[in-house]
Write a protein that binds this ligand. Structure first.
Ligand code: GTP
Ligand code: GTP
Length: 436
């Protein structure tokens, strides 16, 4: 399970509106004309501490005469395949149309978890027209209004309850899962081949090389882990269209299936916005990160001091979460390859690090007493005590008299102090404030 949810439905049923409501901000363009959601939209939804990826699959059409519609169709099927849960959105303002039956047939074949989501129930006439939709053959039904939010809380509760069950089972497994992620052509497959010492994957210099998904057990040099690499790319002809979309989908899948990610950057192109997107996805999913600047063998001997500036530049870009190990690697010369994997495994153990409340308070509170948060409107803010909560990744709660008055800069100050005193390198941590 990868925690991917897709919203599916014909044009104009309210997919973008629902997407925007669940994501919490207006990312996609909504228009009263149908077919306005031009391209795949994906974003992250966090409900009661569980984060999942949400995809708006765009207006599915069964008439794919033009290239634009064909492209949407391809991405539609790709998104369905990658998803764990499908929200089939329908609009009771109209009767069930042929295309609704077509979509339900496609979905039922996929053997995924399907929710029939009846939208626009804020319109009174629609409330009496919902039972009709049971004809589509999907019994798991929710009635919602994407415009005013009615019923969306129950829908989200149900989605995250499925993911929560999955997390509980997953946490029982002990072997660290290391994902190899990065933009197309940065050297992910070559790195895996180098580690495994065989030509299991097909490697070419064409972006988006076709190959199968691999999830292999790795045991060498005292390291034990599972290497996660999810190929989301099956047919080359699909790839030409929107390579970044497929590669991001593939990255999301691998990230969610892992504990720690090796984020591969190509030294020739540097750390670009797409790398930053992947970095953020890893961070938002609370996974550990190690950055590999790959293809170091391209660098000539007289340029080798370049690494210092390179590292500085990346740390600046990823600030505030810049306590991340960075290695300069080459799959060709094997430079730093084993070191990177060893570090990733170490980080996976630190992800589970639980600091005793007594120790945490003993070390952190004196620092905060010395450097209290600035008072606001004459109100003196006091941090009384803190504790680490038992979550998948490290999260710390600080109890205070004015939780809402604490600024982002102070939060960051606390995070830095925790990082200074305990080893959370490469791991996203969360600082929360509660009233006491
Ligand atoms: N009354 C009501 N109108 C809604 C609701 N949800 C969406 N709409 C309206 O329905 C229209 C279509 O909404 P969109 O979100 O663009 O629909 P879509 O399914 O993404 O459409 P395509 O981009 O064509 O695929 C817009 O005018 C929305 O304001 C709802 O819950 N209630
Ligand atoms: N010089 C150099 N080239 C490398 C290195 N690692 C990979 N390459 C080359 O980079 C190209 C892409 O490598 P792949 O391993 O297929 O990259 P990928 O990230 O798996 O690519 P996609 O399948 O498109 O996502 C190939 O031509 C490799 O030979 C390296 O360490 N040094």
């Amino acid at each position: 399970m990868n925690k991917i949810v897709s919203i599916v439905g014909r044009s104009n049923v309210g997919k973008s509106t629902l997407f925007n409501r669940l994501i919490g901000y207006r990312k996609s363009i909504v228009n009263y004309k149908s077919g306005v959601t031009r391209d795949r939209n994906y974003g992250f939804c966090n409900w009661n501490g569980i984060e999942f990826c949400l995809i708006d699959t765009g207006g599915y059409t069964n008439k794919s005469e033009n290239i634009f519609e064909k492209k949407i169709c391809e991405q539609f099927f790709f998104a369905l395949e990658e998803s764990d849960i499908l929200l089939f959105l329908v609009d009771p303002s109209n009767d069930i149309l042929g295309i609704d039956y077509d979509i339900s047939k496609i979905l039922l074949k996929l053997k995924k978890i399907i929710y029939l989501v009846i939208n626009k129930i804020d319109l009174s006439k629609n409330r009496y027209n919902t039972s009709n939709f049971l004809k589509l053959g999907i019994s798991n039904t929710y009635c919602i209004s994407s415009i005013n939010g009615t019923g969306t809380g129950e829908l989200l509760d149900s989605i995250v309850s499925i993911f929560r069950k999955y997390d509980l089972n997953k946490n029982k497994k002990k072997i660290p899962r290391i994902a190899i992620v990065g933009r197309p052509n940065v050297g992910k497959s070559t790195l895996i081949n180098t580690l495994l010492n065989k030509n299991q994957n097909i490697v070419t210099n064409i972006s988006g090389t076709t190959r199968d998904s691999i999830d292999v057990f790795y045991k060498k040099f005292g390291i034990e882990c599972i290497l996660v690499d999810t190929a989301g790319i099956r047919k080359k002809k699909k790839i030409k269209e929107n390579i970044e979309f497929y590669s991001v989908m593939r990255a999301i899948k691998s990230i969610q299936n892992s504990d720690v990610c090796l984020l591969i950057i190509d030294i020739k192109s540097g750390f670009e916005s797409q790398d930053m997107n992947i970095f953020k996805i890893i961070e938002n999913n609370n996974k550990g990160i190690v950055i590999l600047i790959n293809k170091w063998d391209f660098i000539k001997k007289n340029e080798k001091n370049l690494s210092i500036n390179y590292e500085k530049e990346i740390k600046k870009k990823i600030t505030p979460f810049n306590d991340v190990p960075i290695f300069f690697t080459s799959s060709f010369t094997k430079k730093n390859i084993i070191k990177s994997i060893k570090t990733a495994v170490k980080i996976s153990f630190n992800l589970k690090l639980k600091i005793k409340t007594s120790l945490l308070n003993k070390i952190i509170l004196p620092i905060l007493y010395k450097n209290p948060p600035p008072s606001i409107n004459g109100k003196y803010i006091k941090i009384k005590y803190c504790s680490q909560i038992p979550t998948y990744n490290p999260q710390f709660i600080f109890f205070t008299n004015y939780p809402n008055f604490i600024k982002e800069t102070y939060k960051r100050f606390i995070e830095n102090k925790i990082r200074e005193k305990f080893n959370f390198t490469g791991i996203p941590i969360k600082i929360l404030f509660r009233l006491k």
